[in-house]
Design a protein around this ligand. Structure first.
Ligand code: BGP
Length: 463
């Protein structure tokens, strides 16, 4: 049987600089917002004091061990590796005139290593890390000036790596900024809705500006947006529930609507008016927003439900999204509801809405792993999760959806973004490090390593 997956499907994995690299002040790197959130992205920024250490300071030491790790990815047959550039390695405070050469040289070495194995880099420009200097001096994304600093950074890396990197992403999960303002916009807690939407607007303008810059600078370059792709279902077929679900889905999709269609969607006018939200949108902004992305990328971990019933709403899960649990689905140990069919549904929805190629750039199961006496790690739960999701990706492709690739989240264990801990593991490769930072950092192949290698090798035929 021939595979449902296209011949040049980009199979691989995804990580982010701040969750793997460590070396948080090495070679001139400056502090970013992610270095100041010891409890993860949902926590407040806290000033560093001398001797204060966080789990991400070393993370999994990818900064020094990347050749070994990339060799392991190559052993699985990766065609693509998604990671991010830490903005603060290139512009340590964010507002310098000239970039930090040592930071640029690090990513040159990393891309060269990937090229040795024919692995395509997929690079996120900003993965939950704004330079702390910009938040201190300018108020981060609340200030229009940050757009220019971001554009300067993006143009610098496009120029430098234009012959090494073809695929780019602007902001990781840009739609999370609404729910966890600290994820990157750098606003103080308790900021008004107008302030939050103004900062989001600045990110959307910045995103469009760098889409334009990428097209100008990178020959054949393709640049996408990146959305958190949590899909919401109505808990009942009561029309009020269905309408409320549509409203909440739009909270998430509004970002994609701007980035892929080139203008604020009509429904936002009423939303702004009824919530007393004032956003300064200039004619020049409207013009640049027309620079739309080449493809849509998204993360997918779970789905959830929406209801207008107050009693049921009290059962909302205390996870990132606060969604009401779906009685038909099981959950991970972290309360994330597992829904492979939801991925097929979402792929179809996004394709219907945008008619642009889609790229699944995160999907995976965070779980606690056990090392057996013989040293093996039998993570069948992870294999099952990924297998079930990939079967649905195949179905969506059969439905006619244009899917460019799939990079599973955390092909090597890394620091969790929401909790800043090591024990929520996603990897095919185990890393010996615990939540307190103890361990040798030794790498070890899990059972899923061999499973994923076979999936890639057969181009998804063995699912
Ligand atoms: C996404 C982020 C990632 C990542 C993942 C898993 O929201 O883009 O950075 O970490 O979620 O989340 P967690 O690490 O909290 O399990």
């Amino acid at each position: 049987m021939s595979s449902k997956f296209p011949k040049h499907f980009l199979w691989g994995g995804a990580v982010a600089a701040n969750q793997v690299e460590g070396a948080y002040l090495t070679d001139g790197k400056g502090l970013s917002t992610s270095d100041l959130q010891p409890q993860g992205i949902l926590s407040r920024l806290s000033p560093r004091v001398a001797g204060d250490s966080g789990i991400k300071d070393v993370a999994i030491d990818f900064y020094h061990r990347y050749p070994q790790d990339i060799a392991l990815f190559a052993e699985m047959g990766f065609k693509c590796l998604r990671t991010s550039i830490a903005w603060t390695r290139i512009f340590p405070q964010g507002d310098e005139e000239t970039p930090n050469e040592a930071g640029l040289a690090f990513y040159d070495r990393m891309f060269d290593e990937m090229a040795k194995y024919g692995i395509q880099p997929l690079i996120t420009l900003s993965h939950y890390e704004t330079p702390y200097g910009l938040t201190q001096k300018y108020g981060g994304w609340s200030n229009r000036k940050t757009i220019d600093f971001f554009e300067r950074y993006a143009r610098t890396v496009f120029e430098r790596y234009k012959h090494k990197v073809k695929y780019w992403l602007t902001f990781n999960e840009i739609n999370m900024s609404l729910h966890a303002p600290f994820t990157g916009v750098g606003l103080p807690e308790g900021s008004s809705k107008s302030a939050v939407y103004q900062a989001i607007h600045h990110q959307l303008v910045a995103s469009a500006k760098v889409v334009k810059a990428c097209h100008e600078i990178v020959p054949g370059g393709k640049i996408g947006n990146m959305l958190l792709g949590g899909i919401l279902y109505p808990l009942s077929c009561k029309p009020e529930d269905v309408l409320e679900t549509q409203r909440q889905n739009r909270d998430w999709l509004f970002f994609g609507d701007v980035q892929a269609r080139g203008a604020y969607p009509a429904y936002m006018q009423r939303f702004f008016r009824e919530n007393g939200i004032q956003v300064e949108i200039t004619d020049e902004d409207k013009q640049i927003l027309r620079e739309t992305v080449d493809f849509i990328s998204f993360s997918y971990y779970m789905s959830g439900c929406v209801t207008t019933d107050e009693e049921s709403n009290k059962t909302a899960q205390a996870n990132i999204l606060n969604m009401v649990p779906n009685p038909h689905l099981a959950s991970s140990e972290w309360g994330w509801q597992i829904d492979p069919i939801g991925l097929r549904y979402l792929l179809n929805e996004l394709y219907d809405r945008y008619q642009k190629p889609l790229f699944i750039v995160e999907n995976g199961l965070g779980a606690k792993d056990r090392i057996e006496a013989d040293g093996s790690i039998n993570d069948d739960y992870r294999i099952n999760y990924l297998n079930d999701h990939l079967v649905q990706v195949g179905e969506a492709i059969d439905d006619g959806v244009d899917v460019m690739g799939y990079t599973s989240w955390g092909p090597i264990d890394l620091v969790s973004a929401s909790k800043a801990e090591m024990s929520k593991r996603y990897g095919f490769i185990y890393v010996d490090r615990d939540d307190a930072g103890n361990g040798t950092l030794e790498r070890r192949r899990k059972k899923s390593f061999y499973w994923y290698r076979d999936v890639i090798h057969s181009n998804g035929n063995n699912l």
